[in-house]
Design a protein around this ligand. Structure first.
Ligand code: ZN
Length: 192
């Protein structure tokens, strides 16, 4: 059964996700999402940084978890940074046309990241970008590279390369599957 969009003037982060799965962490492999069309909603703590549709939920969610060619990457990473919560994903399997109409009903309530009152600076990953650039030193090569990656908004896995690890140690690792297993000495949030 297709989930219905919420009725009335509810806040965008109070989406009616009847018919969606429970919230699970996004994973690079073994996500469990079907290779079929649907809608998915990402949350991190109280923030909803991304809502999307795909003809293949499995591939799309994996692409986000691996920070590949996925335009939601900057906002999801920033929400993880700002809330210090591992993002989760819920999806609803529907036909492609239904997926689009559900997405558009959700986004009519407010374009993610939501709620904007608290998470305005997650738009385009602004908060995280500034933290990284400041930590790198605004005129450094690393800062220029980080700015360019955030401008493009894809392939964000590149800022988790070893040369950037000191920056992450300084600004804090955004919890999620992008944290390399050896990145946090003595434990901490690790990917599944
Ligand atoms: Zn943020």
């Amino acid at each position: 059964m297709a989930p219905r969009p919420p009725d009335g003037p509810v806040a965008a982060w109070e989406l009616n996700l009847t018919g969606f799965t429970d919230a699970v962490p996004p994973k690079r492999t073994g996500q469990g999402a079907p290779a079929r069309p649907g809608v998915y909603v990402i949350a991190a703590g109280d923030c909803v940084p991304h809502i999307g549709t795909s003809g293949n939920l499995q591939t799309r969610i994996r692409t986000l978890a691996s920070l590949g060619n996925h335009r939601g990457s900057t906002e999801v990473l920033c929400a993880a940074h700002c809330t210090q919560q591992t993002p989760t994903v819920r999806w609803g399997e529907t036909g492609t046309a239904d997926a689009r109409s559900i997405e558009s009903a959700f986004k009519k309530l407010g374009e993610p990241p939501q709620p904007r009152g608290r998470f305005q600076d997650c738009v385009n990953g602004t908060d995280l970008r500034h933290a990284l650039v400041e930590s790198a030193g605004a005129s450094s090569w690393e800062a220029g590279y980080i700015d360019a990656l955030f401008e493009v908004g894809e392939q964000l896995h590149r800022i988790f390369a070893p040369r950037f690890h000191p920056l992450w140690d300084h600004v804090g690792w955004p919890p999620g599957p992008w944290v390399p297993p050896d990145a946090i000495p003595g434990g901490g949030q690790r990917p599944d």
